[in-house]
Ligand binder design. Structure first.
Ligand code: THU
Length: 149
């Protein structure tokens, strides 16, 4: 993990940080009051934001990272370079286990920028947050693949 100053981010990631901060402003978090914004940077350099969306059942809450991932996949994106995560708090947070696994599906080499109210941004690799990840390589060929082979 590396700590950077915001001004050290290159312009792509700076814009993604602005989008993540904006997304946090749309968070639906009446139960936790913990607003989170995320922004995925696609392989093409496009920016796809997401925010957390809570639910009265609690367990159906969707984190900002997975909201951004679902929005991006729905728009046809399948490969991602980076994700910026923003909380309006004194220190940054890192993605929960479910989000780490969901992001790994599409972007095992993802770079995460963890940002907060202050000037410091943490840079960390998904592969460091999710060592020995379970992925599609572990699965046997699907019946469809077997038929095509
Ligand atoms: N949350 C996120 O959206 N992303 C994270 O990385 C950590 C947690 C949300 C889920 C819930 O709405 C609230 O923050 C408190 O856990």
């Amino acid at each position: 993990m590396e700590t950077l100053r915001r001004e050290d981010l290159d312009s792509d990631f700076w814009e993604a940080l602005v989008e993540a901060r904006k997304a946090a402003g749309s968070a639906y978090a009446p139960y936790s009051s913990f607003a989170v914004g995320a922004c995925l940077v696609t392989e093409e350099g496009d920016l796809i934001p997401g925010c957390n969306v809570e639910n009265a059942s609690y367990s159906l809450t969707v984190c900002a990272e997975r909201a951004a991932l679902c929005a991006a996949v729905c728009k046809g994106y399948r490969a991602f370079r980076a994700l910026v995560l923003y909380v309006d708090r004194p220190s940054p947070v890192s993605p929960c286990g479910a989000c780490r696994q969901s992001l790994f599906e599409f972007a095992p080499d993802l770079v995460l920028f963890l940002a907060c109210r202050g000037d410091m941004v943490r840079r960390v690799l998904l592969s460091d947050l999710l060592p020995l990840a379970f992925g599609q390589d572990a699965l046997p060929p699907s019946p469809v693949d077997r038929e095509e082979a």
